[in-house]
Write a protein that binds this ligand. Structure first.
Ligand code: NAP
Length: 281
């Protein structure tokens, strides 16, 4: 059996084209959608990610302002900027980029992002609403997992899904969204005993850990669909996922590539959320 590669690029292009059309309508009516990215780090991969969001926003017809507060920024200064942007009627979406300076906690500061502008679902209120079945923006990466599966027509209702990783930004919200699609979800983490025995039961396996090559053929049920969320830097400056693609090749039914899988869909969803927030304004 050959493993199908589930690219996210074509889906991302489609999502961005749709967002661009809606952004053009908003701009024509004098309400151009605007995204603000607040960053306070010298981390190079974070800077690269912020640049890629800003570029994608510009191409899609959204204004995007990067508020770089520097790696020494005090939590109070970050909070004050988030509050200022939350009160600014011309801003529709706000992202607080990680990593944050030491002493600053994402869950704490993100509560200063107005819930309606929380396009990356970072405010704990958004996660609570998501868990309660109320409208809220989900973290874009978690939503990208589900949107990719749906785009590739992978059935979820009644199927066993294992999510490896329980972070607030990816694992937990992905599990909630999958549960909402009626999957039977198991969430695994660093204390899970015999990870491979658990994941090998899953029809769909989502790896969101941050450990290159953690998932091998031994973790995968024959024919399972594997979504690789992991983005781990390689020695040559590239990126690799949590899944050992060579190992699972021929065993997994399908696999998302890294790069080119979840990543581009995540960016496209951030733009879509910002357009949605502007439309509701
Ligand atoms: P995180 O906050 O570090 O969480 C990692 C999770 O993996 C934790 O729940 C941890 O368990 C679990 N874990 C660690 N080692 C494990 C092991 N050996 N076996 C099983 N579980 C293990 O990371 P994150 O922010 O969720 O990100 C996860 C990955 O996704 C990273 O590679 C990140 O770069 C990537 N990511 C990609 C995108 C994208 O757009 N493509 C966006 C966001 C993140 P404990 O809870 O027990 O510690």
């Amino acid at each position: 059996m050959s493993t199908e590669i589930l690219s996210g690029r074509e889906l991302a292009t489609h999502l961005r084209a749709e967002a661009a059309a809606r952004a053009a309508e908003l701009s024509a009516s004098g309400r151009p959608p605007r995204l603000a990215v607040v960053t306070a780090t010298a981390d190079e991969s974070s800077a690269w990610y912020v640049r890629s969001i800003a570029k994608a926003a510009e191409k899609t017809g959204l204004a995007c302002d990067v508020h770089d507060l520097g790696p020494e920024a005090a939590p109070a200064a970050i909070r004050a900027r988030l509050e200022q942007l939350s009160a600014d009627d011309t801003v529709h979406g706000i992202i607080l980029q990680t990593p944050l300076p030491s002493g600053a906690a994402l869950e704490d500061l993100a509560s200063a992002i107005a819930f309606e502008k929380d396009v990356d679902g970072a405010n704990p209120l958004s996660l609570g609403r998501l868990a309660s079945g109320l409208p809220a923006f989900a973290p874009a990466t978690a939503e990208a997992v589900v949107v990719l599966l749906e785009h590739h027509r992978v059935p979820l209702a009644g199927r066993r899904v294992a999510v490896v990783g329980r972070s607030t930004v990816v694992g937990k919200p992905a599990a909630l969204l999958l549960l909402d699609r009626h999957a039977t979800v198991t969430v695994c983490h660093s204390r899970t005993t015999d990870l491979a025995a658990v994941t090998a039961e899953a029809d769909v396996l989502v790896a969101a850990v941050g450990r290159a090559g953690l998932i091998t053929a031994a973790h995968v049920k024959e024919g399972a669909v594997v979504i690789d969320v992991g983005t781990n830097p390689t020695a040559d400056g590239g990126l690799t996922g949590d899944v050992d693609a060579a190992s699972v090749d021929g065993r997994a039914g399908a696999l998302t590539p890294v790069p080119g899988g979840v990543g581009p869909v995540t960016t496209a969803l951030l733009l879509r959320h910002t357009v949605q927030a502007a439309e509701r304004d």
